[in-house]
Design a protein around this ligand. Structure first.
Ligand SMILES: [Zn+2]
Length: 352
């Protein structure tokens, strides 16, 4: 088990203890590579047989173990800084606050409530996806604790995400003596990258980013191998499928070069359905009772909410604490927003 996986497992055990104290029955699902995903079921519901409300967060962050020692938690005015605080330690903590507040004030929830805290969201949820989908199947709606758009705006639509790896194989040769006997995998890859960039369709929200390229060994050797990692974002499923097809149809331009394409669609898009619009209208009403104006937006980043929405279950995403700098060094939350968001979350959990 990696050091990160061990640390995530410790965190899951810590939350498990707190949630058990709050009356949940908790199950832990362990994976040697990714750590531990936690599922907590609460049943203080008025309607124990109704479809459940699912509350989803993730325990992992993008930061390697040890980052906290380099950039320790600190408070500066109304801001609290720390690696992973915005995405999304604050969000999962908020959920435990919300449940304990409902219990302390003796309020029942409208439905049974299940928390799912996954261990591998930042790497694509390959381990947790079946657990997420299993819970989604039993759910009326899902609340996702990802950070909001800075300003507190919640997310009612998200693009889908795909990942590809393109591997090019050529033939090595001495760059001085035998260059024409070689087949440059790098030249072939350069051509392919131009083709891949042309697959984007900004008017339909489809983008491609060749984010990493690697290849060759030395400047005086014709490169025998080169590879590229490619990120795809898309708004409608047909577009994701179009790109998958086009990637599979790539053909080498240089005689003797070979292409191999791996990967494809990972997260389907979170499309703003009527059910999602109704869920947002309800949240907005609750926020208005609290005297604040809740806004919604569509974003390019994916989350575990994408898997849930793709199953026809409405999702409200971005319910974490306001702040800024997800995946960045200036990552922080706004302290004065904590109580307000916890109240909103508690009211949603109570009333949905
Ligand atoms: Zn996140």
């Amino acid at each position: 088990m990696s050091r990160e996986a061990e640390a995530i497992t410790r965190l899951a055990e810590n939350f498990s203890e707190r949630l058990t104290q709050l009356g949940a029955s908790v199950d832990l699902f362990q994976d040697p590579k990714f750590g531990t995903t936690l599922r907590a079921r609460f049943n203080q519901s008025e309607n124990p047989d109704a479809n459940q409300l699912l509350v989803v967060g993730h325990l992992d962050t993008v930061w390697p173990l040890g980052t906290l020692a380099l950039r320790p938690f600190r408070i500066d005015g109304d801001r609290a800084y720390g690696p992973g605080i915005f995405d999304m330690k604050a969000g999962i903590t908020l959920a435990t606050f919300a449940i304990s507040a409902l219990q302390e004030s003796g309020r029942k929830t409208n439905r049974p409530v299940t928390f799912l805290m996954t261990c591998d969201e930042e790497t694509g949820s390959h381990f947790s996806r079946p657990l997420i989908e299993e819970e989604a199947r039993r759910s009326y709606a899902a609340l996702v604790l990802e950070p909001p758009v800075p300003g507190g705006t919640i997310k009612t639509a998200r693009k889908g995400v795909g990942e590809f790896e393109l591997i090019v194989r050529g033939r090595s040769a001495h760059a001085g003596n035998d260059i024409r006997k070689g087949i440059s995998a790098i030249n072939e890859l350069a051509n392919q990258i131009l083709t891949i960039n042309q697959l984007a369709d900004f008017s339909r929200g489809t983008t491609l980013n060749v984010g990493v390229v690697r290849g060759g060994v030395l400047s005086n050797v014709v490169a025998a191998e080169a590879r590229a990692s490619i990120d795809m974002r898309y708004q409608v499923i047909e577009e994701g499928r179009r790109i998958e097809k086009a990637m599979a149809a790539l053909r080498p331009l240089l005689d003797g070069a070979q292409l191999e394409v791996k990967g494809g669609i990972n997260r389907p898009p979170l499309v703003r359905t009527e059910k999602i619009a109704a869920l947002f209208a309800h949240a907005k009403e609750l926020a208005t009772e609290m005297d604040y104006d809740l806004k919604e937006a569509s974003v390019g980043g994916g989350s575990d909410g994408n898997f849930i929405a793709a199953m026809g279950v409405p999702v409200l995403d971005g319910l974490g604490v306001d702040g800024e700098g997800a995946h960045a060094e200036h990552e922080h939350i706004i302290i004065s927003d904590i109580a307000r968001r916890a109240t909103l979350l508690a009211r949603l959990i109570e009333t949905l």
